[in-house]
Design a protein around this ligand. Structure first.
Ligand code: NDP
Length: 257
């Protein structure tokens, strides 16, 4: 029998990387509203603190942690902090990400290529691998990786970003296959065009492109960080226990034509 408590995340603990702004903030807010305890993990201490201040106006069980996804010790410290504070981590949202653009793929610097692949793909594997033994021991877990429209489409001006986000989906499927036997579900959310710091630049530097994109979105508007909350809560709850390895667009219809 399905009960209301199956939809809630009471007594659950989540880590949201990059939870101090943008899409991560929308996801953290959603999880908190579903009664989950949330650790937001971002690099920028001040951003972490001001985000916590905002979240704590309505939600109490929220903590911040200064975290660099590309540092092994930082990843270990984050997991230690979560386990010492709550004794468990039920949900990992791998959301931290960056992009670098160039006119064409061959014009991207080696450094830009590596930083994007390291942050958006390699760090997900390393953090997930460090945490998953705990989930295996616990006999359950939810891992949510943030992909992109570029997990589906190519992008001439963001080749490393597209490569990393395509990789996120294949990595998600691989982990889903491997860990279903431990009752660990691994899924990806593919956000459409969302108004955040990452895309802010387009509005001012490429207003025509911004409008073109808007015109191609059937919902006729860019997404907002809070549009990601519902899917994140669903994929974190028992209601999605038979869904694993999925890559779900949340894009106002952008990817369907
Ligand atoms: P933002 O730039 O607003 O947020 C990016 C977040 O990632 C920040 O919280 C940032 O924290 C964190 N971050 C970046 N690098 C690191 C790192 N090395 N270690 C820890 N945290 C890090 O962008 P979005 O909210 O838009 O992006 C969030 C995710 O959503 C990304 O994976 C992005 O690729 C994806 N996405 C975004 C779309 C959009 O249209 N906006 C569309 C599709 C996917 P800090 O500032 O403290 O460094």
């Amino acid at each position: 029998m399905i009960t209301a408590s199956d939809t809630l995340l009471q007594n659950k603990v989540a880590i949201v990387t990059g939870g101090n702004g943008g899409i991560g903030f929308g996801i953290a807010e959603g999880l908190l509203a579903a009664s989950c305890a949330v650790i937001i993990a971002g690099r920028d201490r001040k951003k972490n603190e001001s985000t916590l201040e905002k979240l704590r106006k309505t939600h109490t069980e929220c903590k911040g942690f200064v975290f660099d996804a590309n540092s092994e010790s930082s990843r270990e410290n984050l997991i230690d902090f979560a386990l010492k504070t709550y004794g468990r981590v039920d949900i990992l949202v791998n959301n931290a990400g960056i992009t670098r653009r160039s006119l064409e793929p061959d014009l991207l610097s080696d450094l830009d290529w590596r930083q994007v692949i390291d942050t958006n793909l390699n760090s997900i594997h390393y953090l997930t691998s460090a945490l998953v033994p705990n989930m295996k021991k616990a006999g359950s877990g939810k891992i949510i990786n943030i992909g992109s429209m570029m997990s589906i489409f190519g992008s001439g001006y963001a080749a490393s970003y597209s490569a990393s986000k395509g990789g996120v989906v294949q990595y998600t499927k691989s982990c889903a296959v491997a860990w279903a036997k431990y009752n660990i579900q691994v899924n990806a959310i593919l956000p459409g065009w969302i108004d955040t710091q990452m895309t802010d630049g387009l509005k001012t530097s490429a207003p025509v492109r911004y409008q073109e994109i808007t015109g191609r979105i059937p919902a006729n508007r860019w997404g907002r960080p809070e549009d990601m909350a519902g899917i994140a809560v669903f994929l974190s709850s028992q209601m999605s226990d038979y869904i694993t390895g999925a890559a779900i667009p949340v894009d106002g219809g952008y990817s369907v034509y």
